[in-house]
Write a protein that binds this ligand. Structure first.
Ligand SMILES: NC(=O)c1ccc[n+]([C@@H]2O[C@H](COP(=O)([O-])OP(=O)(O)OC[C@H]3O[C@@H](n4cnc5c(N)ncnc54)[C@H](OP(=O)(O)O)[C@@H]3O)[C@@H](O)[C@H]2O)c1
Length: 254
């Protein structure tokens, strides 16, 4: 290839939600390594700042709870003022509360649907005009292999991810001809995740018993590094605008 592979995103701006750790941080890192700038969104200011300090001057922190529509509007206004537009949005932030539907807590449900479904919708809504101002752009919506086989006690999580896939299909039609591409990254299990850190101990034990007995992990394979996933996302974003990968179904080969 004749282009400079190491600087495919020179002058480009990506908004990455949940950028302080896990996959979001690896995507921010990969984008910056290829010359771009990243607006890093998340709730925990200290964690965001620590991650941005590691990634250098092209990482800019915008503390935001994406489930709050006003906060998202204010953040995208601030991103507009800072960068003048947006080229890419990666809807990566998500929560999975381990609970049955029967016992589901109101606040946890609202947090989960807010972060996994409403939040990405708020971000997409705010990003579209900023992408149009740049002549087009790309959105990556991160979903999960659990859309096909929901994990026990993570039914709401899986449902929000399925909804994101349906949303992506509709959005692709709405935006056709406007230069904004929509990709679903349907991820398998990854390492380096902080996803399960708040799970209650007793339910976590029960979860692992069911997952083992029913062979969930055997069919998912070993977790892969989010750096590999981030590399694949970079290749999707770098495609010429007339082409798109609608669904990147990325799983362990082991
Ligand atoms: N890990 C896996 O095995 C796996 C498998 C399939 C799919 N996925 C998907 O991959 C993506 C990344 O997963 P991960 O394992 O890297 O997750 P993670 O380590 O738990 O990171 C999630 C990030 O989302 C942020 N976040 C949560 N709620 C938010 C909100 N309301 N507003 C803004 N930021 C919020 C968190 O930061 P704050 O708490 O500071 O806000 C955190 O930085 C998710 O979409 C997940 O569903 C993961």
């Amino acid at each position: 290839m004749s282009t400079d592979q190491s600087k495919r995103f020179q002058g480009k701006i990506a908004v990455v939600t949940g950028a302080a750790r896990g996959l979001g941080k690896r995507i921010a890192e990969a984008f910056i390594n290829e010359g771009g700038s990243v607006a890093m969104l998340g709730r925990n200011v200290a964690a965001l700042e620590a991650a941005a300090a590691e990634l250098g001057a092209m990482a800019v922190v915008f503390p935001t709870d994406i489930s709050d529509p006003l906060a998202v509007r204010q953040t995208f206004d601030a991103i507009h003022r800072r960068f003048g537009g947006v080229d890419f949005l990666v809807n990566n932030a998500a929560i999975g509360h381990l609970q049955t539907i029967e016992e589901a807590d109101d606040q946890l449900l609202q947090q989960e649907v807010g972060a996994n479904l409403l939040g990405p919708i708020y971000c997409i809504r705010a990003a579209i005009p900023l992408m149009k101002a740049r002549g087009g752009g790309g959105v990556v919506n991160v979903t999960s292999e659990s859309v096909n086989r929901p994990y026990p006690f993570l039914t709401v999580y899986a449902a929000t991810k399925s909804a994101m896939e349906t949303l992506s299909a509709g959005l692709r039609t709405e935006l056709r001809g406007q230069g904004i591409r929509i990709t679903v990254l349907r991820s398998g299990r990854m390492s380096e995740s902080g996803f399960n850190r708040d799970w209650p101990e007793e339910r976590r034990t029960r979860y692992h018993e069911i997952v083992k007995a029913e062979g969930y992990h055997a069919s998912s394979g070993e977790p892969i590094s989010p750096q590999i996933t981030a590399r694949a996302v970079m290749d999707v974003l770098a495609l010429p605008r007339e082409a798109n990968i609608d669904l990147l179904d990325l799983r362990s080969s082991g």
